[in-house]
Ligand binder design. Structure first.
Ligand SMILES: [Cu+2]
Length: 281
């Protein structure tokens, strides 16, 4: 009985919070959470604002079509309008209902393409992490930092320690470690079947394909722990190969790299002064 009484208020709350974009400020995954998780990269911030703009447009279209339908149902049913009009053409109306949708599509297309190019641009990387999908775990390699290699396996239920902030089905034994406010280039591939490297708060989702090197980038602006999951059905352990990324300060990252026996990336050597003509050979 209680649940039945609560259903309507909860339903209305969910509807309203969805429309007005009420979302928790914390990056934690919460019960009844609405909307995307908090964006921590420029790409995800753009995705979130594009999504919000789309929500306004589609809400407007749905409301407009619903009002039109209701008007037709009430005003032109066989009782209120027994003798139907025989009109078949209206040039002005036809021009309007062709041109207006075209304008709406252009309004959507322009920011959509901008966003696509923004996500694909891979700005000057300061750190490169090679991400390799295996059945069923992830491998992270730091080729420019002394070939540090991490194997990242999901923690079993009995290994989870909530006091350490570990989360069932998402925490791993060895998370990927990256520094905050740094352009990170992910080079993504797989060793057996197709996997997909996806981290919602970074706005990153890229297929890990054997024999192919795909790429994605992130510049995380907030220290914290972020989670993702393999997003391409890859076999029996597909649901047990989560992605955990710890974003730490640059100083902590330098210390971590050293503790792993690696070194920080040497600054890019200056380009040799070769005249353009000799480059063409
Ligand atoms: Cu997978």
């Amino acid at each position: 009985m209680m649940i039945k009484n609560l259903f309507l208020p909860i339903f209305v709350f969910v509807l309203i919070s969805g429309i007005w974009g009420i979302s928790p400020a914390s990056a934690d995954i919460l019960p009844w959470q609405m909307n995307f998780q908090e964006a921590v990269t420029p790409a995800m911030e753009h995705i979130t604002s594009f999504h919000n703009m789309m929500l306004y447009i589609i809400s407007g279209i749905v409301a407009f079509v619903t009002i039109l339908l209701l008007y037709v149902i009430i005003r032109f049913n066989s009782k209120t309008n027994p003798v139907p009009s025989t009109t078949t053409h209206n040039v002005l109306l036809e021009v309007i209902w062709t041109v207006v949708p075209v304008i709406i599509l252009i309004v959507i297309a322009v920011p959509s393409f901008k966003l696509l190019f923004f996500e694909a641009r891979n700005p000057e990387p300061e750190l490169t992490v090679k991400v390799v999908g295996y059945q069923w775990y992830w491998g992270y390699e730091y080729p420019e930092n002394g070939d540090i290699t991490i194997t990242s396996n999901m923690l079993k239920d009995e290994e989870i320690n909530p006091s350490k902030g570990q989360v069932r089905l998402l925490s791993v034994d060895n998370p990927m470690i990256i520094p905050v406010d740094t352009n990170v280039l992910f080079q993504v591939t797989a060793s057996d079947v197709i996997h997909s490297f996806a981290v919602p708060q970074f706005g990153v989702k890229v297929d890990a394909v054997p024999g192919r090197l795909n790429s994605a980038w992130a510049r995380v602006n907030k220290i914290g722990t972020y989670y993702g999951q393999c997003s391409e059905l890859c076999g029996k352990g597909h649901g047990q190969m989560p992605i955990e990324i710890k974003v730490i300060s640059k100083e902590d990252f330098a210390a971590w790299i050293q503790s792993q026996g690696g070194h920080l990336k040497s600054p890019t050597p200056p380009k040799p002064d070769v005249p353009a003509s000799e480059n063409n050979t």
